[in-house]
Ligand binder design. Structure first.
Ligand code: 3HC
Length: 286
């Protein structure tokens, strides 16, 4: 099959803008959809400033930046994705929102062979597939933050995903310069199933007063050579996203190790969401 040239990305938050950036840098025609003009403008600004940063750091030339920008278009109407061959949704980690997006995309994207991929971190992919008329063409394609840096993509076929869809998604991952692993359609897939209990354990350590955030982070950075400790990583992921992921995993397995600790819930309620709000377990400049 011909490689994907026309990609759609729904959602231009941390993940969506990263996915769109990587695809545009690889020469794809990328149309990005957001729900509102304000969200779209914020996403566009995030994406452009990431490209600028790439130029400043010598990762791409001015010309490559211009070419990537020329390949990007933005819309707040999902029907503008009608001609896409492959669409990745990366909207908020919320079952109702994702269900609605998949249902609308299924109607909007004209080619019945086009693949609809979800970047969900923890919602069973089959639950999203069955709301469409093309469940064989729905798959999980789970990227990692920051998308331009992390090499991995988890491919998550459901019981209904066709083998050709898995291959098409694997090929797209290659086009994007990512390395793929296949992961089971169970909440958390492979990586979050291992990572989330560890992150939540760090929150419980803070909650119980047994260790300070900076010591926990330094411990894992210097003791285990992790690029960042668990609380800094939670701040990067976003505490609201981490809470949503933990809730999905808890709902699926009912294991206490996945239950979001009270401190995490209170921080989310207070708007301490991590880097994106300027404050989480650590504080950040605007
Ligand atoms: N976009 C593009 N490039 C970026 C970037 C971004 N947002 N952030 C960092 N980089 C690049 C820098 O340009 C730099 O490249 P260079 O070394 O070639 O110049 C390199 O990454 C290192 O960046 P910095 O020197 O600024 O900072 P650090 O060395 O502290 O690295 C980090 C930052 C890449 C975020 C690193 O700390 C890291 O890899 N942390 C772990 C992240 C992680 O575990 N992610 C997975 C989260 S789980 C997830 O996403 C799943 C979801 O479902 C919850």
């Amino acid at each position: 099959m011909d490689p994907v040239t026309r990609l759609g990305v729904v959602g231009c938050g941390l993940m969506g803008s990263g996915i769109a950036e990587v695809a545009a840098r690889r020469g794809l025609d990328v149309r990005v959809a957001e729900a509102t003009p304000d969200a779209l403008e914020a996403g566009r600004r995030r994406l452009v400033s990431s490209l600028d940063r790439g130029v400043r750091r010598g990762k791409l030339s001015e010309e490559q930046r211009e070419r990537a920008l020329a390949g990007l278009s933005f819309t707040h109407d999902l029907s503008d994705l009608a001609d896409r061959q492959f669409v990745i949704e990366a909207v908020a980690e919320n079952r109702d929102i994702k269900t609605e997006v998949l249902r609308t995309l299924d109607k909007a994207v004209e080619d019945p062979a086009a693949v609809l991929a979800t970047n969900t971190s923890s919602i069973p992919v089959v639950d999203l597939a069955v709301v469409t008329e093309r469940p064989g063409r729905v798959i999980g394609m789970h990227f990692f933050n920051p998308v331009p840096v992390q090499q991995l993509v988890e491919l998550v076929p459901t019981l209904l995903t066709g083998a050709d869809t898995v291959q098409r998604t694997r090929d797209l991952a290659d086009q994007l310069g990512k390395r793929a692993i296949e992961a089971p359609d169970r909440s958390g897939f492979v990586v979050n199933a291992l990572l989330v209990p560890y992150l939540l354990s760090a929150v419980r350590m803070v909650e119980s007063g047994s260790a300070r955030p900076e010591d926990i982070d330094r411990g894992m950075e210097l003791g285990c050579a992790h690029p960042m400790g668990p609380l800094r990583l939670l701040d990067l992921i976003g505490l609201d996203t981490a809470q949503a992921v933990a809730e999905s995993m808890y709902e699926e397995f009912k294991e206490p190790l996945y239950a979001p600790p009270t401190l995490l819930r209170r921080m989310v309620a207070a708007g301490h969401l991590g880097r994106k709000s300027g404050r989480g377990f650590h504080t950040y400049d605007a």
